[in-house]
Design a protein around this ligand. Sequence first.
Ligand SMILES: [Zn+2]
Length: 428
Amino acid sequence: MAKKNNKKNNFKLHKAVTHIKLDFANDGKLERLNEVGTAFMSLVQAYIDHIFDNALKTASKFDTIPEIETKLSARYQRCAWQQAVGIMQSFFSNKRENKPVLKNITIQGNANVIKLEQSETSEFDYWLKISTLEKGSPILIPVKIYKYGVEILKTGKLCLGVTLNCKNGKWYAAFIVETDNKKEQKSGDIIGVDLGIKNLLTTASEHFGQFSDKLVNLVKKNDEKRRRKQKQNACLSKKEKPVIPLHNRKLESTIKNEIGKAINNFINSISENITVVMERLSVSEMKFKSKAMNRVLKASKIGYALDRLKQKLDSKYIHYSTVAAAYTSQACSKCEYVDKKNRPTQEKFLCKFCEHTENADFNASKNIAKRFGDDELNGLTDFRKVKSFLLERFFKRFPDARSASGGLELGFTLREISGQPLTVNQLI
Ligand SMILES: [Zn+2]
């Protein structure tokens, strides 16, 4: 039970707002900012030297700060120390040899030294209030934050302070906002997740993670290469010679990385009291779903993504369930009519019966959610029976569709037959 309580309020997303230009500062303010920046950079460097020279591998942010002469306030000194410790921690953990030497000015300031404040006037949205070398005399720099940044600021709260950096004499600010990305979800809600190659994870209304066309092509090429190697290896092992390794580790880790990011973003978007429904994927079903893409599917690690997703859900104590996978992409999520022709393109779903149309992955995700608890359908072990089962059910609900089409598959829409427009609401 103790564990259960810990998982509350875990659903936070960190979003970065970067590249905010500080070009509304006048020369006097910039001068003072440059002074702080220069002093700060040399102090961070001095701390780095100190940690390096004394090989302080266990240096911590909370340590007593070594005494180094500076004009900066105690608050700035603390920030500089933390920054140096961060740099040196990654230096030690990456087993680097050459001492880090700072090239650009970067100030990772906490709220004690740099504050982002909402502006009272309409001309500028925000002010940056930056402490200087003079005690009690901060500078105020107006900033304009682009639209996306403002939206992010409205949805969450600033955390970890503001980072300032100076490149080629120009100053920029960046900060991280912690947002509560939880959607309106009620206890017991069901969310279907469609796993794909292009859109890694898709719910009824949102995509999480995308493989770029470039990556999809790399996967395809790699797979061809792999097959050639397998053939060669068959010959080599006959001759009892050493075989060629099949792995392309770099591509594999890129893909796994993308999958991990997509899964994290998805998990962060859901609340813990819902049920996630995904497809029960087996090799035979995957083959049936997309013969040509089967190898790509395998190479793109959909199975891996599914396992990772389950692990993540387990670790967050979120319920999940799997359902029959066959025809989730060809069935209409509104009227349940199944037809290959419902997919005019890879991206688009357009029902031949009720004319419901939307993104094909959103439609598939809705079908997956609908199949939760459908024991009759999920009990079908032979995927070939799924289509006739779904169509039988569809014709039971819309007997007119059968008599009008005279067979199992409709070659035209009911609208065309009756001459009367049917709306989805009439059908359901
Ligand atoms: Zn339909």
